[in-house]
Design a protein around this ligand. Sequence first.
Ligand SMILES: Nc1ncnc2c1ncn2[C@@H]1O[C@H](COP(=O)(O)OP(=O)(O)O)[C@@H](O)[C@H]1O
Ligand SMILES: [Mg+2]
Length: 79
Amino acid sequence: MTDYPTEILRVEDLAVEFPTEDGLVQAVRGVSYSLHEREVLGIVGESGSGKSVSSLAVMGLLPAAPASGAGSCTAATTY
Ligand SMILES: Nc1ncnc2c1ncn2[C@@H]1O[C@H](COP(=O)(O)OP(=O)(O)O)[C@@H](O)[C@H]1O
Ligand SMILES: [Mg+2]
């Protein structure tokens, strides 16, 4: 029987928005991915595409205001 690696991080339909003077900035929309034990995930994209904001959101490092978010993020507590 195949022994599948354990899933350690699941991000589903992540969205982050910033209200600004020029209107609402939808920095991240509909991002989903999962990561398993021994996997390495690279996030690539053009400047301003949401790499930093999505990663900060997953790590819980975005300030509650002014950013607002939606989606779910599940991380394993033991590795
Ligand atoms: N605090 C903020 N207020 C308003 N807009 C922001 C803020 N932080 C990031 N953004 C916007 O969110 C988008 C994604 O930014 P970012 O995640 O830094 O991109 P990347 O890391 O891929 O270059 C960009 O349009 C950026 O201008
Ligand atoms: Mg960045």
